[in-house]
Design a protein around this ligand. Sequence first.
Ligand code: AHR
Length: 330
Amino acid sequence: MNKRFLSTIAIAGAAALALTACSSDSDADPGATGDGGSGDTITVGFAQTGAESGWRAANTESMENAFSEANGFELIFNAADNDPAAQISAVRNFINQGVDAIVIAPVVEDGWDDVLEEAKEAGIPVILEDRTVSASEDLYASWVGLDFHAEGVKAGEWAAEQYGDTATKMVVLEGTTGSAPANDRAAGFAEAIEGTQIEQIATQTGDFTRDGGKSVMEGYIAQYGIDGIDLVFAHNDDMGLGAIEAIEAAGGTPGEDIKIITIDAVKDGMQALVDGKINYIVECNPLLGDKAAELVKQVIAGESVDKSYYVEDQAFDQAAAAEVIDTRPY
Ligand code: AHR
């Protein structure tokens, strides 16, 4: 993918987000809205995935802060409780209400073609944030989010470096089935550990929730025992935190008997890393609100925007987490 580093730095709270734009082929439809960026309030329907994780809570807060009345928006918020059909029907409602723009954090990648087509026909521009869709790029104006594949690669490279030379039995706690982060993190991690002695013995979805991670981990422990599992790769912090509870309840020591790698770097995850219960975390920055709001304004004003904006992620081991934990905004 041809990525071009932008000088744009979006400040969200205390965090600076470095953005990378790619495939500059999205000219906004100048006739897309009646508002025309004239300074009137812009009504935005935001279709959020749900409230499945600490990451999601931080993302919702970032969006609500950015799409505030003070910034010229009226935000109509819907959380779909991780249900793809409910999310699509929320988007249809936004179209029927005649909002000026729609922002979607898609639960899953597939199934968006029809409703995006309907939005296009209604002249309502769509901006995606966080997750991607498999539908044609012509059906949405722009996307801002994270490189989930690169996150999986980073996590896998660290695993390969630490554990790749010894026989290591790994179980995976997958994110929501069919979601872009679950698909891409799994693929990136698998590529990075190829040829090492890390063997994936089981993978199952925990739906990005703490309870889901805990119950899937309980099942793994019942099947393999604490001694039969060396490593957990959890697609997010919350599922890793659920795994910690399951390991401790079974009399094991998370981070020692069973090593844990997660993705997100939210407060609770970082604390568990500092405490030695998680061994490594790859960041997934949830502070996407400012860039999403900027894109909505640009698109409504008929300005040309890039099709994709990537926010850069960091990664933390225990020492790195201890250095930054008190200054992180989420
Ligand atoms: O799409 C981003 C993912 O969704 C985060 O990693 C996870 O915590 C959230 O639920």
